[in-house]
Design a protein around this ligand. Sequence first.
Ligand code: R5P
Length: 257
Amino acid sequence: MDWGMKNRLGRIIKGGRTVMLAIDHGYFLGPISKLEDPGKAVSQLIPFADALMPTRGVLRNCIDASADVPIVLRVSGGNSIVGKDLSREGITTSIEEAIRLNVSAVAFSIYVGAESEHQTLMAFSELVNQAERYGIPALAVTAVGKELEKRDARFLGLSCRIAAELGARFIKTYYCDNFEKVVEGTSVPLVIAGGPRMETDLDVLQVVSNAIKNGAAGVDMGRNVWQNERPVAMIKAIRAIVHENMDVADAHKLFLG
Ligand code: R5P
């Protein structure tokens, strides 16, 4: 691996683990609860994040340019939650723009099995071609759209494997039963999304712990962190599990303070 690629990945995934903070939701969901003002939502969380995942608009307008945090830039979009086909995403942001914004990686959603499967897989491949030219890692997000029930090892294993084969340097997916099978079939690091807010704080910590124990390199979570009433306590507890292998009970105590 070239030095630049290694350096960028190494700034995001430290010692094999990472706690990424996703704040890109507005690109298709609009101003969802607690992310109406992304800058305000994450300013206290940035010191505890190994990387931040915004779009270019939020990065430019809401994030302090002196913030010492690697950026994984969401460069796909073109759809909305009220549109007909949530899978119809393309590249929204050029590689020159990503370089101008000094990003550490670019992120793109692939929609395996959806109407726009071919389009998103080809666009992701094109993004990989462009990003590799400059030593920038591409993150594939294995999107499920509105069909959350798709999140099983068979579907996610298929999506992750395809993403890795097309050149993803790391992949964002969901935790599921038999997650180790997904890890086994994918040759690059996996981070997990949190999805919609879980019922309890303990559930969040349990999912993170299960994912780490079963081979995830970390998390790229959003709603279950910044929609929490105590987001800083939550990200600190997640960090303890990811970076210190803390068990769930101790992480929950840490969360409760
Ligand atoms: C979905 O693709 C969004 O862009 C988020 O980046 C992703 O779902 C992670 O955030 P959350 O943990 O809220 O699901």
